[in-house]
Design a protein around this ligand. Structure first.
Ligand code: GDP
Ligand code: ZN
Length: 320
C-alpha cells in the first residue's frame, strides 16, 4: 500500500496501481489502531474493476513506526515495514541540534529499524571540522553519517545507493532539506521544496497524505509531511537506556538490573561518563528523555494528520 488519503488507499501490485476501499471487517480486526491499514503495509486485494479493488487482508508488519493517538490512546501507524530511517538534519539554516538527532535515533531503535544520519546543507558551513567531530561520535556508536548538499550534490550519490532496494523513512524537521535531497537523488520525484517561514523548523506543509515514493533503483522513500519524532510510549525509565547502544552496552555492569543511571550507586554508565567513554551530550539527551522533559510524541502543530477517517467506507458492492 503506497498511499493513503481520506477517500481511498492506493496499492501497487505487479507494476500497476489500484484504487482501493477497505473491507469492513478490517476495522474490527485492527481496532487497536486508528487506521486499519498504513502506508507500507503488504495487503491482499480483490480486484473488481480496471482500476478498483478492495483490501481484504493486511499481512503482519515486519516493523512499524507508530505513535499513540493522544485522545483515543490507539496506535497510529505512520509507516509499516520500514527498513531504515534516515535522520536528516542541517548543519546551518536551521543550525544543527543534537537533541533532535538523539530523539529520532531513539525512536528508530525502539522500532529496531537501522538508522543513518545525514548532515545536509554542508555547503553552508565554511568549517567542516566541528561537524566532523560530531560525526565521529555517532559513527563510533555505530550510526553511519553522511555529509550532503542538495545544492552542490555532495554525498547525493552515496545517499542514492544507500536507499536502493529499501523502504526508507526520511525523518527530520521541516526546512532541513529532505525534499531537496530526494529531488537530487531522483529528479523525477519533483517534490515541492518548502519555503522556510520566519521561525526555523516550521516550514509549511504542502501535503497531508503520506505516500511511498518508488525509486528508480528499487525501493521506496517515504514522504512524511508531519512527523518529526516517533513515540516512545509505554517504556519504563530503565528501558530508555536500551535505546542508546553505547549505554546498553555498558548497563549490564551496573549494580541494579533496572538502573536508570541517574541516582543509583555502583552505576557503570556513570563511571563510563566520568571516564569519557560516553559522550556527555548523548547522556544529556538520555536524561532529558528519561525525565520526560520533552514531549517525544507529538509536535502540537502537526498532530492531526489522521487523514483517513475511521468510519468504514463502503464495501465494493455498496459503492455509490
Ligand atoms: P524539507 O522541509 O526538509 O523537505 O526541506 P526543503 O527541501 O523544503 O528545503 C528547505 C530549504 O532549504 C529550501 O529553501 C531549500 O532550497 C534549502 N536547501 C535544501 N537543501 C539544501 C542544501 O543542501 N544547501 C542549501 N544551501 N540549501 C538547501
Ligand atoms: Zn547504571
Amino acid at each position: 500500500m503506497i498511499r493513503l488519503s481520506a477517500r481511498h488507499a492506493v496499492v501497487q501490485a505487479e507494476g500497476r496501481r489500484w484504487r482501493c476501499t477497505l473491507r469492513k471487517s478490517l476495522f474490527h480486526q485492527m481496532a487497536a489502531y486508528t487506521r486499519p491499514v498504513a502506508v507500507g503495509d503488504r495487503v491482499a486485494i480483490r480486484i473488481f474493476g480496471p482500476r478498483d479493488a478492495v483490501i481484504e487482508k493486511v499481512f503482519d508488519r515486519r516493523s512499524c513506526l507508530a505513535r499513540e493517538h493522544k485522545i483515543t490512546g490507539r496506535q497510529q501507524v505512520i509507516v509499516a515495514n520500514v527498513d531504515q530511517v534516515v535522520v536528516t538534519v542541517s548543519l546551518a539554516q536551521p543550525p544543527l541540534r543534537r537533541g533532535i538527532i538523539d530523539r529520532l535515533l531513539v525512536a528508530a531503535e525502539r522500532e529496531e529499524v537501522p538508522a543513518l544520519i545525514v548532515f545536509n546543507k554542508c555547503d553552508l558551513v565554511p568549517e567542516r571540522e566541528p561537524f566532523e567531530e560530531v560525526a565521529r561520535i555517532y559513527r563510533a556508536i555505530g550510526y553511519p553519517v553522511l555529509f550532503t548538499s542538495a545544492v552542490t550534490g555532495e554525498g547525493v550519490e552515496e545517499l542514492r545507493s544507500r536507499l536502493e532496494g529499501l523502504t526508507t523513512v526520511l525523518a527530520g524537521h521541516s526546512g532541513v532539506g529532505k525534499s531537496s535531497l530526494l529531488n537530487a537523488v531522483q529528479p523525477g520525484l519533483k517534490l515541492k521544496v518548502g519555503e522556510i517561514s520566519s521561525k526555523w523548523g516550521k516550514g509549511r506543509h504542502t501535503t497531508t497524505a503520506v505516500s511511498l515514493l518508488p525509486l528508480e533503483g528499487g525501493g521506496f522513500v517515504v514522504d512524511t509531511p508531519g512527523f518529526r519524532s516517533f513515540g516512545i510510549v509505554g517504556l519504563e525509565k530503565w528501558q530508555v537506556g536500551l535505546l542508546f547502544p553505547e549505554i546498553k552496552a555498558i548497563a549490564p555492569g551496573c549494580h541494579y538490573p533496572t538502573c536508570t543511571h541517574t541516582h543509583e550507586p555502583e552505576c557503570a554508565v556513570k563511571r563510563a561518563l566520568e571516564e569519557g567513554r560516553i559522550d556527555p551530550e548523548r547522556f544529556e539527551s538520555y536524561l532529558r528523555i528519561v525525565e520526560g522533559e520533552e514531549d517525544l510524541l507529538f509536535d502540537e502543530d502537526e498532530e492531526e494528520e489522521d487523514v483517513m477517517d475511521t468510519t468504514p467506507e463502503t464495501d465494493a458492492g455498496e459503492r455509490a
